[in-house]
Design a protein around this ligand. Structure first.
Ligand code: ADP
Length: 455
């Protein structure tokens, strides 16, 4: 009620002015009624003029953008201006808060790895995040208010959206590429719909790989098992001589060993996938490791090849010894297995300029045709299945090598030429290589053939 006192004072002031005017008119003209009339009129007029001026100032402020403060008047108009200004400022603050919350909410949805698309009851796009725009090949600005079914015309999507049965997600090819999307729709508000899209390309690929893997493993195990059960049947039913029995037992042992090797390789792969990254401060002497590999390779070769497998490297590698041993052994035994009698197998080590180290296994064997090289590290991929099995291969060796190298931050590089031989290189990053002496730098022989980097 702070306006009441100034208003009373103003009324008293106006009455006083009216009284003065009335008294002056009365004494000048001698007409009492005229003096009274003019006195009242001038008092009221004064009140009206003051009100008009203040009201005009407030109206002017209201008509503007209200950036500055309302006119700071006393009395009724002052309080009115102040109250209106406060209501406006409160409303502005509430609006700004609401806008900020909306922006935060939208940027949270924008950051979602899933595509989010809001549709009104007529399927017009109200909003979409960048992921959804990418999934559905939309322009997040230009395509707003457009009907989604005019822009995404895949019949399966249109039918799914319009059927209104959203219990199961729709699996759809991606609009921009060969990928696959899983699309879910949720209804909200009055006929509005939220379309959520998820890129499941990787998941589908992994599922397919897993299915292939299980099928391959089953096939690999079934073959020796069938052979074994055939032999067991033979032993049961046929009266064999001692020599025949021995031959059958030797063949059975071979099949059992084949299964053992396969299971061992599968376990190695499973361990590689499930265990943490190798520590970078556990050093393994490369020379000792090569000695062990060479002993096995020499036994496998049984003098059929010229082997040079023990270069003096004086190097140490940081990582897990069993994994490094497995990688190098796989390459060296492959070189022996895929090199005909009389061929050569060499192992060389060199330190590269950037501090990384390269272990190379070179053979003068069968070589590999260019088109097979990119697929060699796939599980169970074999160039020549029968030779691989004959020599005890599982088709998992190079897959294990690639895994080990990835886990150690390195890579496997393959060069090969049919009929000339192959060169498999293990490149270790500088952080995992420690060289005791610089004297053991291997020299790089010129070598033709296709090259592949397996990442
Ligand atoms: P496998 O157990 O069959 O040897 P790997 O994964 O070790 O399986 O090798 C995959 C395929 O790559 C082999 O089947 C073979 O055809 C080819 N391969 C590997 N190493 C050599 C090599 N040194 N020379 C020729 N071919 C090779």
């Amino acid at each position: 009620m702070t306006w009441l006192l100034p208003r009373l004072l103003l009324a008293i002031g106006a009455a006083f002015v009216g009284f003065i005017v009335g008294a002056a008119v009365h004494s000048a003209t001698g007409f009492e009624a005229l003096g009274l009339g003019l006195g009242v009129t001038s008092g009221v007029a004064l009140l009206l003029v003051v009100d008009a001026v203040r009201g005009h100032r407030l109206l002017n402020w209201l008509r503007g953008n209200q950036q500055d403060n309302a006119p700071r008047d006393t009395g009724l108009w002052g309080e009115l201006g102040y109250r209106v200004e406060r209501a406006m400022r409160d409303r502005d603050r509430a609006l700004a808060r609401g806008r900020l919350e909306l922006e935060q909410f939208l940027s949270a949805i924008e950051a979602s790895p899933n595509g989010v698309l809001m549709l009104d009851a007529q399927e017009h796009i109200l909003w979409c995040n960048r992921v959804a725009a990418d999934h559905f090949a939309l322009d997040p600005q230009r395509d707003l208010q457009q009907r989604i079914t005019n822009l995404v015309r895949a019949p399966a999507f249109v039918a799914y959206l319009q059927a209104g049965r959203y219990g199961e997600p729709l699996v759809l090819g991606n609009g921009r590429g060969p990928g696959t999307l899983s699309i879910t729709v949720r209804e909200y508000g009055e006929g509005m719909r939220l379309v959520l899209s998820l890129d499941v390309t990787e998941r589908m690929r992994n599922d397919a790989m897993r299915r292939d893997f299980v099928a391959n493993v089953s096939h690999e195990i079934r073959t020796p098992l069938t052979v074994l059960s055939g032999f067991i049947e033979t032993l049961h039913t046929l009266p064999l001589t001692a020599v025949e029995r021995d031959r059958v037992l030797v063949l059975m042992t071979q099949q059992t060993q084949r299964m053992q090797t396969l299971v061992a390789d599968l376990l190695t792969l499973a361990q590689l996938e499930g265990s943490p990254r190798p520590a970078s401060d556990r050093w393994v002497g490369l020379d000792g490791l090569l000695m062990r590999v060479a002993a096995d390779a020499e036994a496998l070769s049984a003098g059929r090849h010229a082997l040079r497998l023990r270069p003096e490297t004086h190097a140490e590698l940081a990582g897990i010894e069993s994994e490094l041993l497995s990688a190098v052994a796989n390459l060296v035994t492959n070189a022996v297995r895929y090199t005909p009698d009389g061929g050569e197998v060499d192992v060389a080590w060199r330190l590269l300029e950037d501090g990384s180290g390269e272990l190379t296994v070179i053979d003068t064997g069968l070589g590999i045709a260019r088109e097979h090289i990119p697929r060699l590290t796939e599980r169970f991929y074999r160039v020549d299945g029968s030779r691989s099995r004959e020599t005890g291969g599982t088709g998992l060796g190079l897959s294990i090598v690639k895994h080990v190298m990835q886990r150690h931050g390195g890579e496997l590089l393959i060069q090969s030429e049919v009929g000339k031989g192959s060169r498999f290189r293990l490149v270790f990053p500088a952080a995992r290589v420690r060289q005791a002496s610089d004297s053991a730098l291997g020299d790089e022989a010129a070598f033709g053939g296709a090259a592949l980097s397996n990442h």
